[in-house]
Write a protein that binds this ligand. Structure first.
Ligand SMILES: Cc1cc2nc3c(=O)[nH]c(=O)nc-3n(C[C@H](O)[C@H](O)[C@H](O)COP(=O)(O)OP(=O)(O)OC[C@H]3O[C@@H](n4cnc5c(N)ncnc54)[C@H](O)[C@@H]3O)c2cc1C
Length: 486
């Protein structure tokens, strides 16, 4: 305490004892007092930040070059790469609008943090390889001066995919592609599987593929907060509020075959402030739709999908919230510390959770079983009827498991082909997408953010060509098939 008192006492202010004052008396430094008063008056004049009757610090700015709707991993990753790749420091003003800074329903916070390379599409493999390298060097990318380093708690235990007789040939082909693209994956016969993982019942398994590098799981919250901390340090602004409206201008253009099309450009975003009816207009040049499971609502606000059926204007963004349950159970006799993430032939998956004999897992429901996405309540019968039987069949020790906990979250589910959507909309020309990753968006966020930033700053993807993920595929009916989505 003493040093603080001393330093306070020593500070030179208008009322401190001045050097040279005779007989130890105090004299007022009128010049300094007057200059303080002048400063206060000046800061209250119009055009300055101070509004004595109204605190504006929670409001977004009046202008921002880029407005990112959604502060989950995808929105933050786009913000990060825009600032990282901008040609000149502070060239771009970037604002992230997030309606819930507790992220209570955001997929990023409720996800399992898994990363693997065992996709069938080269683009997805490249994205995950890029992310693996990003995560390995997380403290080079996301270091902030005077802040502690991030600890992602990475568990490098790999994914083990199991294939039935019917899917074995496809698995073999996919592994060929994965290896060609640089992933370290091996194939295992049922015998090899039993040798390596004696707790597995190989009945119904014809082939398995196992990731030997760059696979496992990490703490998604740590990545989310690390990105947030970093982008704020780079000058990105945050605002808690909900995007409720876009104001756009439009132009009629003629296509090659003389058809008229209306091109729109958003020039103002309305942000409804938290717990208030008040909204704030933000002028902008670009909007990034990174609203996850809610991104089709944001697209609709911009008029996307509001034209006649079977036209580009009438093509909706096919992303919707789909509820997914995660169950946590205790099973001391379970597979143990070396257990990878197992993706079973039935679609059921599980992995170890922590070190105390706990596991977590679940299964994506079939179309007919899809639960009501109106709330995030957990259906415990789904575990009993649809998950546990498969778990116990694959790992007999799970016969005696005890469920301890469960939660539900939303997949940002692309109903067209379960792959991400990125890049500009062809008609609302300054709305860019980074959404629709349907259960693999967390692991792909670092690469997707970079690709979107490159499209904005360079006009096209430079690092990984992600053109197949453009919006136009929905209108053209060009599905991109990915086999390995959990
Ligand atoms: C149970 C579960 C397990 C998963 N496991 C994995 C996994 O192991 N590996 C993996 O890679 N992926 C996984 N995922 C998928 C992954 O979590 C998502 O693909 C990814 O987090 C999507 O990130 P996002 O930023 O687009 O969405 P979100 O994190 O949902 O962020 C979108 C944000 O937009 C905000 N928002 C929406 N509308 C508005 C508005 N109008 N105004 C302002 N803000 C708005 C929301 O509040 C939200 O915070 C899982 C998902 C779930 C649900």
């Amino acid at each position: 305490m003493l040093p603080r008192v001393l330093s306070l006492g020593m500070r030179r202010g208008p009322l401190t004892r001045r050097r040279g004052t005779l007989r130890g008396g105090f004299s007022l430094d009128w010049e300094e007092i007057l200059s303080e008063i002048k400063k206060k008056i000046q800061s209250g004049l119009p055009g300055t930040d101070l509004h004595p009757l109204y605190d504006r610090s929670h409001l977004p700015p009046d202008h921002s070059d880029v407005v990112i709707v959604g502060g989950g991993v995808l929105g933050l990753s786009v913000a990060y790469w825009l600032k990282k790749l901008e040609k000149q420091r502070d060239a771009l003003r970037v604002l992230v609008v997030e309606r819930d800074l507790t992220y209570s329903r955001a997929s990023s916070a409720l996800s399992l943090g898994g990363i693997h390379q065992q996709f069938s599409l080269p683009e997805n493999i490249h994205l995950s390889l890029f992310s693996a390298s990003f995560l390995r060097n997380i403290n080079e990318h996301l270091a902030v001066v005077d802040a502690p380093p991030l600890d992602l708690q990475f568990n490098p235990l790999g994914y083990l995919w199991l294939a039935s007789e019917k899917n074995a040939a496809a698995m073999e082909n996919n592994v060929k592609v994965q290896r060609q693209e640089g992933a370290k994956v091996c194939l295992m016969s049922p015998d090899q599987l039993r040798n390596k993982f004696p707790w597995i019942n190989t009945e119904g398994v014809a082939l398995a593929s196992y990731g030997m590098e760059d696979e496992g799981w990490f703490d998604p919250w740590c990545l989310l907060q690390g990105l947030r901390r970093k982008v704020e340090s780079m000058g990105v602004l945050f605002c808690q509020g909900e995007v409720t409206r876009f104001v756009s201008s439009s132009n009629l253009m003629l296509t090659k075959n003389e058809k008229e099309v209306k091109m729109k450009r958003i020039y103002e975003v309305h942000v409804k402030m938290d717990n208030s009816l008040e909204y704030q207009p933000v002028e902008c040049a670009l909007v990034i739709n990174a609203a996850g499971a809610w991104s089709s609502h944001i697209a609709a606000l911009a008029g996307i999908g509001k034209g006649p059926p079977n036209t580009l204007q009438g093509t909706k963004l096919p992303v919707e919230p789909r509820k997914r349950y995660v169950y946590v159970w205790h099973c001391p006799q379970g597979p143990g510390l070396e257990s990878p993430l197992v993706a079973d032939t039935s679609g059921t998956y599980f992995r170890r959770e922590g070190l105390g004999g706990n596991y977590l897992g679940g299964r994506s429901p079939t179309e007919e079983e899809e639960p009501d996405p109106g709330n995030l309540e957990v259906d415990n019968d789904f575990f009993q009827d649809k998950v546990w039987p498969h778990l116990a069949q694959r790992v007999p020790a799970f016969e005696t498991l005890k469920v301890q906990n469960a939660w539900a979250g939303y997949y940002d589910y692309n109903t067209f082909d379960q792959n991400g959507v990125l890049g500009p909309h062809p008609l609302v020309v300054n709305m860019f997408f980074a959404t629709g990753f349907s259960g693999h968006g967390l692991q792909q966020a670092p690469g997707v953010g970079r690709a979107v930033a490159e499209m904005i700053l360079e006009g096209r993807c430079q690092t990984i060509n992600l053109d197949p993920f453009l919006f136009s595929r929905f209108y053209l009916g060009e599905k991109i098939q990915e086999d390995n989505i959990i």
